[in-house]
Design a protein around this ligand. Structure first.
Ligand code: ZN
Length: 344
């Protein structure tokens, strides 16, 4: 097992890793902005935001320029550690409409602690040459950001690649040509069902650097234990919002459950503050409450893993149990275990 625990020092305080950055929808024009969780979940003093989306939302951006802080806007405590990505996901289809310098300036205006460099995610649908160009564009943006960056914030280079060699070469190139506090691995969401590919790419990144390793977009219930096992230091997820939007209730060990198939229950099988106090029929109709429960479910998953390590339990045996209910993820874990054992 490659699981590791570290401390990450940021301008707004230290956080213990591995850690989840819940994606905050703030800045997006949507009805499902994340409900406040910072006070309710004490070990979740983290948030992931999209720098580009915030800058593009004029009223809010003007308030920030006029002295408001994003933490006030989000109604979260001052000591919340914010990771601002560049919003590169929006460049998947369109052109890049920013520069590394402009993105850094935006991330600083937000008061972000961790800055993800501008990147152009790749996709399976693109031709190889197009993807190759995106991978090297992202690397060059990262080097430029490194040249521009001289602040207290942590700078994570966003890296891409759909095979282990590319990712490894990328990290080595960036180690030689820039100065980064960590790396953030992207483009894995479109291939997330290809577990073998995803875990081998993550392992390649993990082997290429001892620095902080973040994985973009895969922090949902199923992947979280795998990422921990593979030695990933942080991850982000919007699964708790998306699932709630589909009226899906996350149950650790089972994944998302569609509540419309469930009847005749008074209470759901969870003791988080939301489920404890809300009767089933009410909870089913309340997207906000579902979102909060789902975030608790992700948090409990992380707490449970940390507990198994702290209690000196056999983590591999624990994961054998966790993954036994589903053939696909069971196979995924078995493959990850083989890959890890070959390394250690
Ligand atoms: Zn609950």
């Amino acid at each position: 097992m490659l699981y590791r625990q570290r401390t990450l020092n940021t301008p707004h305080g230290c956080i213990k890793t591995p850690v989840l950055f819940p994606v905050r929808n703030i800045g997006k024009r949507s009805s499902d902005n994340t409900p406040a969780y910072a006070d309710a979940i004490p070990d979740l003093r983290t948030a992931m935001v999209n720098a580009r989306a915030i800058r593009q939302r004029d009223p809010q951006w003007n308030r920030l320029l006029n002295g408001a802080t994003l933490r006030e806007e989000m109604d979260i405590p001052e000591e919340t550690v914010i990771f601002a990505d560049s919003g590169g996901f929006d460049f998947q289809a369109g052109d890049v409409d920013t520069t590394p310098a402009r993105t850094l300036e935006t991330q600083r205006q937000i008061g972000a602690d961790i800055l993800g460099t501008v990147d152009r995610p790749i996709s399976r649908e693109n031709r190889d040459r197009e993807n190759q160009r995106r991978i090297s564009d992202s690397a060059e943006y990262a080097v430029e950001a490194s040249d521009e960056h001289d602040g207290e914030e942590l700078l994570f280079a966003s890296i891409h690649g759909l095979d282990p060699e590319t990712v490894q070469n990328n990290v080595r190139y960036l180690e030689r040509n820039g100065d980064f506090d960590g790396y953030a691995l992207g483009s894995l969401v479109p291939v997330r069902t290809d577990y073998k590919k995803v875990t081998s790419i993550i392992l390649a990144a993990r082997r290429a650097t001892d620095k902080h390793l973040h994985v973009y977009g895969l922090g949902g219930l199923v992947y979280q234990p795998l990422l921990l096992y593979l030695g990933v230091d942080s991850f982000d997820s919007s699964a708790f919002i998306r699932s709630a939007g589909n009226r899906n209730y996350l149950v650790p060990g089972f994944g998302g459950q569609e509540l419309k198939h469930v009847t005749e229950l008074s209470y759901l099988p969870c003791s988080c503050p939301v489920c404890r106090d809300t009767p089933f029929t009410e909870l089913r109709e309340d997207r906000n409450a579902l979102t909060k429960h789902n975030l608790w479910a992700l948090t409990m998953e992380l707490r449970r893993f940390r507990y198994m390590v702290a209690a000196n339990e056999d983590v591999e045996a624990y994961l054998d149990l966790r993954f036994q209910g589903n053939e696909v993820t069971k196979r995924a874990y078995r493959q990850a275990k083989q890959q890890v054992r070959r390394l250690t």
